[in-house]
Design a protein around this ligand. Sequence first.
Ligand code: UD1
Ligand code: UDP
Length: 386
Amino acid sequence: MKKIILVTGARPNFMKIAPLFFELLKHPSEFSPMIVLTGQHYDRSMSGVFLDDLKLPSPDVNLKVGSGSHAAQTGRILMSFERVLLQHRPDLVVVVGDVNSTLACALAAVKLKVRVAHVEAGLRSFDRDMPEEINRVVTDSVSDLLFTTCEGGGQNLRREGHSEEKIYFVGNPMIDSLLRYREMFLRSRVLEEHGLSEKEYCVLTLHRASNVDRRETFQNIMSAVKCIGKQIPVIFPVHPRSRRMLAGIGLEKSEIILTEPMGYLDFLKLEESSKLVLTDSGGIQEETTFFKVPCLTLRENTERPVTITQGTNRLVGLNPQVIVREVEAVLQNGNRDIPPPALWDGKASRRIVEVLANHRGLLSAGNGSGAVDELHLSQREEVPSP
Ligand code: UD1
Ligand code: UDP
């Protein structure tokens, strides 16, 4: 029996671990999955709602690390997760995406010689100013198994010198979730709740540090949004990072509908039924590609170029005039109808579990003792703090 810890911490992690968790449960004699919640996100609207919407059980462990600077948050996760590893002795730790929880848990595991699988490996924006890019590069460099969502991911990893036998192109687990919960999200009443009509509104999400931490940048984006709001209703579920910046912007109710961050099912319904999406999110670039909903990404680069070459996404940057012009073009021209990228078919988690079931390294583990390197720990002396 292989004990597998699935790590989730921030909003975009939940929908990536859920399909994998349920796939592992189909093999009870082979796998025993457990969920560790880091608590990087902790508001109900950023964490608990996803456990409910995705029908996940309560996490086995909650590290409750909360917010902090990058070092403080990453450090707290490292220290708490090391204790979890020593107590539970897993055969494998699965981390997803590119958040601080991903990096910290991968690092804690590899230092104790516990194998690590990174789901959504190989994505690169080539922009080291993004904290997520550092998390991606470091996580990939310490992981034993690299599961990619697109051909480009594998190419980036090979270019960086990762060995071929670690890389598996499995497809996109976010799309597994989107398809798995489709019947449920189609029943959402979110449009009625906000007085919106199918394909007659625009969705906005913003949370990237480079867009929402500096008042001037945020104000520039919002000046474009005010203009757009005069042409088509805009609904903006506000990420907590953007909340404080809204004070003083002076938005009119007629220009924009502000809401709390939405649950997963409501948000998917909102996304699929929209005329277009304006965002700086990574996952939303992928979901809109699958839905064939036009997406304008308010960034200069993307780690998900497949959503541009094979999807509905366009990078529009941060110039308000350009943003407004691009929105007008979408309103006039409508959608591009192209098939989704390869292996975005709802079966990525199944492919991952097949790899895990047949993997030589993992087969040799699984004797219940876990792989934790206790020798390493016993040789360390506790150094008192200065
Ligand atoms: C994090 C990820 C980012 C991801 C995003 C998804 C990192 C470095 N960043 O960014 O890659 O795209 O999540 O949403 O891992 N806050 C609350 N309540 C919460 C959580 C956060 O109020 O439940 C506030 C706190 O003031 C906190 C701030 O939001 O300081 C930022 O949270 P943090 O987790 O550090 O980064 P995100 O911007 O959410
Ligand atoms: N999402 C949600 N409610 C919202 C906004 C986003 O459920 O109000 C979902 C969205 O459908 C996608 C994921 O959250 O599945 C994307 O997370 P986020 O944009 O926070 O992070 P990123 O993908 O940029 O790392």
